[in-house]
Design a protein around this ligand. Structure first.
Ligand code: PGA
Length: 256
């Protein structure tokens, strides 16, 4: 059984003071919900603050990015060695990293390997652009990204990866994908993982949907047994995040 996972990607929002205030608002609600992995991914400067705020709770911490080297002359970067012990998760290859900062599948792959080496669980994002979907290239784009970003991992560690399918046109758009369209891609990702690793790995890897997830549409995605959670952007900055986690528990049969 795959444990559902809802991760809140705060992106470039909430410095330490605001992060502390926001966590104080959502933590009581998050505490009441079980059987759903709840992950907060604040910006790097707020990681230690949120780490202290959630200490002793079941809520997990994730970073939004990292470099693959453990240390050295890489101005502005954060290493897996620095995140180890602080975070359990790290988002890698988000479409904003790929689009604005030129991250390639090869770079993401190095980061994924480094994350596993340092016992961090990577949340690896893949997704097609609108023109690629309209040109009928979705399958090819996702295949290239999954093979390029997730290839060659140690067989005994591959199942620790979480994959977030985030169609780029749905991110921050206020309009999510149709659940059925997301399901088609989620199934493709699982079949690719089976080809690349084996059926056990493919069945163990958790695959999230991401892109304009709200409390109003989350159940539609999570009523699909193959969709294991969501990567939530805008709605993770609001108390609504708790409602999304609660709706996940309900959709996955862990009604409160
Ligand atoms: P969104 O962002 O929920 O604001 O669309 C999702 C993401 O980029 O992970």
């Amino acid at each position: 059984m795959r444990k559902p996972i809802i991760a809140g990607n705060w992106k470039m929002n909430y410095g330490p003071t605001e992060a502390e205030e926001f966590v104080a608002v959502i933590l009581p609600g998050l505490h009441e919900i079980h059987d759903v992995e709840r992950v907060l991914c604040p910006p790097a400067v707020s990681l230690t603050t949120v780490h202290s705020a959630i200490d002793g709770s079941e809520v997990k911490l994730g970073a939004q990015n990292m470099y693959y080297e453990p240390k050295g002359a890489y101005t502005g970067e954060i290493s897996p060695a620095m995140l180890r012990g602080l975070c359990e998760y790290v988002i890698l290859g988000h479409s904003e990293r790929r689009g604005y900062f030129g991250e390639t599948d090869a770079l993401v792959n190095k980061k994924v390997r480094a994350a596993l080496d340092f016992n961090l669980k990577p949340i690896v994002c893949v997704g097609e652009r609108l023109e690629q979907r309209e040109a009928g290239e979705t399958e090819q784009v996702i295949t290239t990204q999954v093979q390029g970003s997730l290839g060659g991992l140690p067989l005994n560690r591959a199942a620790e990866v979480v994959v977030a399918y985030e169609p780029i046109w749905a991110i921050g758009a206020g309009k999510a994908a149709h659940a059925h369209d997301a399901l088609v891609v989620v199934r493709l990702i699982r079949s690719l993982l089976e080809q690349m690793y084996n059926a056990d790995v493919a069945q163990a890897v958790r695959i999230q949907y991401g892109g304009s997830v709200t409390v109003a549409n989350i159940a539609e995605f999570l009523s699909q047994p193959e969709i294991d959670g969501a990567l939530v952007g805008g709605a993770s900055l609001k108390p609504e995040f708790v409602d999304i986690v609660r709706a996940t528990a309900e959709a996955k049969g862990h009604a409160l």
